[in-house]
Design a protein around this ligand. Structure first.
Ligand code: HEM
Length: 238
């Protein structure tokens, strides 16, 4: 349905640009376009969507936590039309819950595979040049000794004794190092704004006939919770 010269979206614009350039040796190519689409849909959308899916799955099954988030949100946003990312500094509990949900979402369990470009020594281990290295983020995110409650959902993992938000070093769902997630800042902003906006308006309820929740995930390059249904109620209408 594409009409050259009348772009409707990114792909059309890109194809127009490819037509214009012909074979001028530029980087505009179908391969490059595919790589961009993977970035947009897979790295940029699927990860954040799965984080949100996981978040609402847990919040429905921990209604007291959901309610405590809503109380903090109501207090901080009192009189404001919309939430802004800056508001997170006044919401230590919500921040702790969101980080705890991201920890358990374990969205990219094996990060992205890497390869050593030279012989490398790491903590007494020698890793020859050209070795494929697969980071195990699942292990870090539930490492005993790094978390107060490594194997359960508990926002206390991100709160100190004064109830302030703290981020342990082992929190690395976006991996670490020079090739860590390029979209981390955007993803964190998106997850915060989506969650706060939705929690402010709606109550998320696990349907009575849904049975016991199954917390095991569908494993993949990105992990996702098992399909579920949810009941959504406008707040204040119950
Ligand atoms: C909650 C959401 C997200 C999670 C958990 C996540 C996680 C990750 C992880 C673990 C990596 C691998 C890092 C490594 O190689 O060690 C990665 C890479 C990457 N992510 Fe994300 N990501 C998320 C959202 C996003 C978003 C929204 C974008 C872009 C808009 C994005 C763009 C990228 C890109 C481009 C890379 C490759 C970076 C490179 O190889 O240099 N990610 N992400």
């Amino acid at each position: 349905t594409r009409v050259p010269g009348k772009p409707r979206h990114f792909i059309d614009c890109y194809l127009d640009e490819m037509d214009k350039r012909g074979n001028d040796g530029s980087l505009f190519s179908e391969d490059q376009l595919c790589a961009f689409l993977l970035d947009l849909h897979f790295a940029g959308t699927d990860t954040t969507a799965n984080s949100l899916l996981n978040a609402f799955f847990y919040l429905m099954n921990y209604p007291e936590t959901q309610e405590r988030c809503q109380q903090e949100i109501d207090k901080v946003l009192d009189g404001k039309d919309e939430v802004s990312f800056e508001d997170r500094h006044q919401m230590p509990y919500v921040q702790a819950v969101i980080h705890e949900l991201q920890r358990l979402a374990d969205t990219a369990p094996l990060a992205v595979f890497h390869k050593t470009t030279k012989d490398t020594e790491l903590m007494g281990y020698s890793i020859p040049r050209g070795t494929t290295v697969i980071p195990n983020l699942s292990s870090v995110l539930s490492e005993e000794g790094q978390w107060k409650y490594p194997h359960e959902f508990n926002p206390e993992n991100f709160l100190n004794d004064q109830g302030e938000f703290v981020k342990p070093e082992a929190f690395m769902p976006f991996s670490a190092g020079p090739r860590m997630c390029l979209g981390e800042a955007l993803a964190r902003m998106e997850v915060f704004l989506f969650m706060v906006t939705l929690l402010r308006r709606f109550k998320f309820i696990w349907p009575e006939d849904a049975g016991e929740p199954d917390y095991t995930k569908v494993f993949g390059t990105t992990q996702t919770p098992r399909p579920y249904r949810m009941k959504v109620q406008l707040r204040g209408t119950a």
